[in-house]
Design a protein around this ligand. Structure first.
Ligand code: ATP
Ligand code: MG
Ligand code: MG
Ligand code: MG
Length: 439
């Protein structure tokens, strides 16, 4: 991507309305723009990161056996009357009336709709287990939208829904998502701690929130420090092996961890003092097992092995990709800008031509860009007619992990500079060596 032809509206000033660092940096780096309270446009740079996060989520959901679909954002109120949640949901639900006076709503979540889809098609226990997910915009009319996309009114959610014949099979489905979540967040460079949680308006008995520790987080959390050193489950884990999954879940629930709503002073006091962590955290995911809460009133049933009708067991599993963009920045930044984990960086490598118009720097930059593109890396080619200082600042602000600085002085000695954003290390290398260093 040539920066001269890209759309990267960087702000010089620090926006006053932004209270936390991720919000400030997302505005400054031209990732998002507020269009109304809690409603954001995703500008090209922000969208790149969001898409990378979605790709990781999608891969891990698929690996765990979930199947992608896409449900609409607008739902009919009638569906929600069937479950009894239409009135119960309250003011967070954005209610809409169409031209025929039909009551509609902008979906805050999709339990009802997925149950309706399930009951329309699935008749036999042989079609179970089934887990369907989508990545779709949600709307919740939050009382206090704030911190940019961290708590917005319109936000992206990956929500998955599992259907099983028995409670035991339902538990296996829950564990699949639990394990998939650990892998998903680890791949984004985050340590997400599963914490015993209240199930809130979704309902149900078994529930975990996945929390990233961060001083700007809105949740008050209490946990054992051991979580910070647990290794995430390997890619090769067999999701059909119920015992293997149960072992992972057992390890990750073996230590005290709770949000303030579930906090139990006595339980926490039993944790050795030096291992106690009372901190703030960001909820990036939340999983629920709620059995027949929706399938019962909405009559989602299958024929069991004995031919008798069985009400299916359900769970639902949410992740907030748009909130994650902000959470990842909270976890990785310095005074100069964002420090992305490579897996979600908008560009892997930046190539800055420090003297645009110079034939030698131009040629070397073009060659490098070509090599990186051939290797399948996302490259940002800074070919703008700008001061070198502005180019360095841009690459640091938007957090490009590998930066190649190509200037006439260095080239005269056959060298370009390679800078690693995270460590700050710099090396002078021949262009070919610089390329092989990164590819
Ligand atoms: P919170 O406690 O932050 O209000 P929630 O418990 O209401 O979140 P869930 O219903 O559990 O949210 O939704 C699943 C996921 O969707 C959350 O874990 C979070 O990552 C994301 N999410 C929820 N509300 C928002 C929001 N207003 N803005 C951005 N992401 C959100
Ligand atoms: Mg909420
Ligand atoms: Mg919550
Ligand atoms: Mg929640």
């Amino acid at each position: 991507m040539r920066l001269s032809r890209y759309f990267l509206p960087i702000l010089r000033e620090t926006p006053k309305e932004a209270e936390i660092v991720s919000h400030r940096l997302m505005l400054r780096a031209g990732m998002i723009r507020q269009e109304a309270a809690g409603i954001y446009a995703w500008l090209p740079l922000g969208l790149r990161v969001l898409n990378k996060i979605n790709a990781i989520i999608r891969e891990e959901q698929t690996r765990a056996g979930a199947v992608e679909c896409l449900m609409p954002t607008i739902q009919s109120a009638d569906l929600w009357r069937e479950s009894g949640r239409y009135d119960a949901y309250g003011k967070e639900m954005l209610r809409i009336t169409d031209r025929h006076e039909r009551e509609m709503l902008y979906g805050p979540t999709n339990e009802e709709m997925i149950t309706e889809i399930f009951r329309a098609y699935v008749r036999s226990y042989k079609d179970l287990p089934l887990n369907l997910f989508h990545i779709q915009w949600k709307f919740r009319d939050e009382v206090r939208p704030r911190f940019g996309v961290m708590r917005s009114r319109e936000f992206l959610m990956k929500d998955a829904y599992s259907f099983d014949l028995t409670a035991e099979a339902g538990r296996h489905s829950y564990n699949k998502m639990f394990v998939a979540y650990l892998r998903t967040f680890a791949r984004m460079g985050l340590t997400a701690i599963p914490m015993a949680a209240e199930s809130g308006p979704i309902g149900g008995s078994l529930s975990h929130e996945f929390i990233i520790l961060a001083s700007t987080g809105e949740s008050e959390v209490y946990c054992h420090k051991d979580f910070l050193s647990f290794a995430p489950p390997p890619a090769g884990i067999d999701f059909d092996d119920a015992a293997a999954l149960e072992a992972v879940v057992a390890q990750w629930t073996s230590r005290y961890a709770a949000t303030s709503e579930m906090h139990d002073e006595a339980g926490f006091a039993a944790v050795p003092e030096e291992a106690r962590l009372a901190a703030r955290g960001i909820e990036v995911g939340h999983i629920f097992y709620f059995g027949t809460k929706y399938s019962e009133p909405m009559k989602a049933v299958v024929n069991g092995p004995d031919g008798k009708e069985v009400v299916v067991q359900m769970g639902s599993y949410g992740i907030g990709p748009s909130r994650l963009v902000a959470a990842i920045i909270e976890a990785g930044h310095d005074d100069n800008g964002v420090i992305w984990p490579e897996a979600v960086a908008p560009f892997h490598v930046g190539v800055a031509d420090l003297k645009v118009g110079d034939a030698a720097t131009g040629k070397v930059c073009a060659d490098l860009v070509q090599q990186f593109e051939n290797a399948g890396l996302d490259v940002l080619h800074d070919d703008r007619d700008e001061r070198p200082g502005a180019k360095f600042a841009t690459l640091d602000l938007i957090g490009v992990p590998w930066q190649l600085l190509v200037g006439p002085k260095g080239l005269a000695e056959g060298r370009v500079e390679v800078k690693h954003r995270r460590s700050g290390e710099r090396e002078l290398l021949a262009p070919h060596d610089a390329a092989t260093r990164i590819i």
